[in-house]
Ligand binder design. Structure first.
Ligand code: FES
Length: 75
């Protein structure tokens, strides 16, 4: 990337009753700043709190997570 180029876009999609899907060049670090994942182009993060491999989703939300709480939308 040269000076003046826009940084690559990162998108976080809230999946219905499921995880957060992060798409784009991201680096995930823990509370000590250690890199958990630098792989990058797609991460699926737990939103329900049930995953055994937090912060990643392990599919446990399928046991009955209601993620329909309202949030404001913007364009
Ligand atoms: S969102 Fe999938 S295990 Fe929590």
């Amino acid at each position: 990337m040269s000076a003046g180029d826009a940084p690559p876009e990162v998108t976080i999609k809230v999946r219905r009753d499921g995880p957060l899907k992060v798409s784009g060049p991201v680096r995930l670090v823990d509370h000590d700043g250690l890199v958990i994942s630098a792989a990058g182009d797609e991460l699926v993060l737990c939103r329900c709190g049930r995953s055994a491999v937090k912060p990643f989703c392990d599919g446990s939300h399928r046991l009955g997570f209601d993620g329909t709480s309202a949030c404001p939308h913007s364009s």
